[in-house]
Unconditional design. Structure first.
Length: 642
């Protein structure tokens, strides 16, 4: 433990720091860490803890606070002397406590920090400081001399602890003039290049950023040279908005808090504020913004809920809710998590996991309620964050059904349709939920594969967000109906009645049968002609106005999804498509007739190739061989002009 020498004349003892503290301090003193300002958060959090401890002790011993039952933290800056003082009227420390708390490593978080440092032998410790925040010793990042004068509440004696952080500290009795009536005052003699921390503007900013909601009011006293007087200013009032009851908070206060907390300028579209009680206790104040932030699709997908423990800010890195709710802003304040928990330990902390589950469920149910109560406002939230929420459909299968209640679709029937709307409007004999993937709604609406569905008034989901291709592959279905791509496999539209066109009605049965026979022959011919280029040629029920289209085989990915995967992997080995032919289209009927009559089939062979190329182009692809395509097209055009 610490060695000790006593200078009896003035009662000053010199102790050396525990070896590990020395190591830590060496790091602090030489830290090249850019986020040094967190030292103030640490000192304020200690000051607030000290007040909370006394608040607790005074519950059973009111004598301790008989002179002053209010709690406060006072920051005083002196630009001339280059000092910053953090004072509290909390529990204070006696001599032994000063030695134990400020000379050894008692704190679990600091221990974990050192373990981590040992584990990554050779890594830059300064990078770890920010993750752990390592408490009191972080003062040595900005100060080359630190004095702590403390009086334990109810005690007549006071002690002064001081150190330059270089291996030892001194401890001596403090005079009554020097010490506060109770509590602790920490004087930082700022390093030459850290004097900015004696500047009231800097202090104000750092306090607002990290300590705006500590449960003890913070006052700033700064020396005003011009007026030769001390300016006093209350930086915070010590009340955390989220701990107040809803009825005591105005819309305006919620909005201010949201804007400050999120650094946003819009209004919250939805405010969720509640207290969870029971096995885990926590307060939640969360907001769904009106507008998308610019970094919503950043690859790190970082969550925006800040974790507090008993009103003290811990981290905004805890990812309390799943990434698909990363647009939700605000605060979760736990009563049960230990204050000194490190980020590593937070990762699979069972309390935090339980909180995360609870908060996620609550956010989803509040969104559902919101969607019911204010359709219009919800739809603008959906426009902003829908593509993010949809990530949950494949990342969080357990909550998929809950998420399906929120999801809004553009469909061939209109915008803002829910799956419940869709299922309520199913056609007779329709057993699947049809979807079409594409880059844009208009692009999808122009695709020939859609025609047969449109002709039968079968609703089709128009999926144009990048994430759609993923969830729709994994979602098993909704309300017992599976999701089915309109550009894959058989259309199975035959059982769904199609309103008869005048053309159809005019033709008699015999004529119809003859036509069908001719088209069947054409299909066989086209298939032989195209050979390996397609996996099949068949008659289609999904077309109405276009002569042909291509679709993906039954087994395998949807064409759009396959295209996406191809572009990501940089390969071009597409699955061979199926060419589908519209048996009612005049071009097809004419070709079929020609095939019967003509002895020279060359023109029909050209026709077969052009049909496939046309279908490929309609699908956003290139003809298999553009040069051959162009020369065939020219040939056909010339014959038309003769
Ligand atoms: P932690 O706050 O995580 O315990 P710190 O390094 O920040 O770790 O502080 C170490 C200990 O020093 C605290 O646990 C507390 O007992 C004591 N301490 C620090 N600052 C104060 C203060 N202002 N008043 C009373 N005790 C304090
Ligand atoms: Mg601390």
């Amino acid at each position: 433990m610490s060695e000790q020498t006593t200078d009896t004349a003035v009662g000053t003892e010199t102790h050396s720091f525990e070896a590990e503290v020395s190591r830590l301090l060496h790091l602090m003193v030489h830290a090249v860490y850019s986020n040094k300002e967190i030292f103030l958060r640490e000192l304020i959090s200690n000051a607030a803890d000290a007040c909370e401890k006394l608040r607790h002790e005074a519950l059973t011993n009111s004598e301790l606070v008989k002179d002053d039952a209010s709690y406060k933290i006072t920051l005083s800056s002196d630009g001339t002397a280059g000092t910053l003082t953090v004072a509290d009227n909390g529990i204070g420390m006696g001599k032994e406590e000063l030695i134990d708390n400020l000379g050894t490593i008692a704190r679990s978080g600091t221990r974990a920090f050192l373990d981590q440092l040992a584990a990554n032998n050779g890594t830059d410790g300064s990078a770890l400081i920010g993750q752990f925040g390592i408490g009191f010793y972080s003062a040595f990042m900005v100060a080359d001399q630190v004095e702590v004068v403390s009086r334990r509440a109810g005690s007549s004696e006071a002690w002064r602890w001081s150190s330059d952080g270089m291996g030892s500290y001194e401890i001596a009795p403090a005079s009554d003039e020097d010490a506060l009536p109770r509590g602790t005052k920490i004087v930082l003699h700022l390093k030459e290049d850290e004097k900015a921390f004696a500047d009231s503007q800097t202090i104000r900013r750092v306090v607002r950023e990290y300590s705006a909601h500590v449960p003890v009011p913070i006052r700033l006293m700064s020396f005003n040279e011009e007026a030769n007087a001390i300016d006093e200013e209350d930086l915070t009032d010590g009340s955390a908005l989220w701990t107040k009851s809803k009825s005591d908070i105005t819309e305006e206060q919620y909005k201010e808090f949201y804007q400050y907390n999120a650094g946003q300028f819009d209004d919250p579209a939805l405010t969720i504020h509640y207290r969870a009680e029971g096995r885990t206790e926590y307060n939640v104040l969360a907001f769904v913004p009106e507008h998308k932030p610019f970094d919503l699709f950043d690859p790190n997908r970082k969550g925006r809920l800040k974790l507090y423990v008993r009103r003290v800010f811990i981290t905004d890195d805890a990812n309390i809710v799943p990434a698909y709710l990363r647009f939700v802003r605000g605060v979760v304040d736990s009563e049960d998590i230990p204050l000194n928990i490190s980020r590593e330990m937070l990762q699979d902390n069972p309390i935090l996991n339980a909180i995360g589950k609870g908060v996620t469920n609550r956010i989803l149910s509040e969104l559902e309620k919101f969607a019911k109560n204010d359709e219009e406002k919800f739809s603008s939230v959906w426009d902003a964050f829908g593509p993010v929420i949809k990530e949950g459909l494949y990342e969080d299968p357990e909550r998929r059904d809950q998420l399906f209640k929120l999801v809004r679709f553009n469909t061939t029937k209109g915008d803002n349709r829910t799956l419940a709307d869709y299922v309520a409007d199913l056609k007779e004999n329709q057993t699947a939920i049809y979807y079409a993937l594409g880059d844009s709604k208009d692009g999808i609406l122009a695709s020939p594969q859609l025609e047969g569905y449109q002709a039968r008034e079968v609703e089709v989901l128009l999926l144009s967000d990048a994430v759609d291709a993923f969830w729709v592959q994994t979602a098993l279905g909704y309300d017992g109906k599976s999701f089915k791509s309109i550009s894959q496999g058989a259309a199975d539209l035959d059982t769904i009645e199609k309103p008869k066109s005048e053309d159809d009605a005019a033709k008699d049965e015999e004529e119809k049968a003859k036509e069908q026979g001719a088209v069947a022959e054409l299909v066989t011919f086209v298939k032989e002609t195209l050979g390996d280029a397609v996996s099949d040629v068949r008659i289609s029920s999904r077309l109405a106005t276009s002569p042909v289209c291509i679709v993906a085989p039954d087994y395998g990915p949807d064409r759009q999804f396959e295209k996406l995967m191809r572009s990501q992997k940089g390969t071009d080995a597409a699955l061979k498509p199926i060419l589908e032919v519209n048996p009612d289209h005049s071009l097809i009927l004419m070709l079929a007739e020609q095939l019967k009559a003509a002895s020279d089939k060359a023109a029909i062979e050209d026709g077969a190739h052009l049909l496939l190329d046309q279908a490929l182009i309609l699908d956003g692809e290139h003809p298999a061989n553009p040069a051959v395509f162009a020369s065939r097209l020219s040939k056909v055009m010339m014959s038309g002009l003769k």
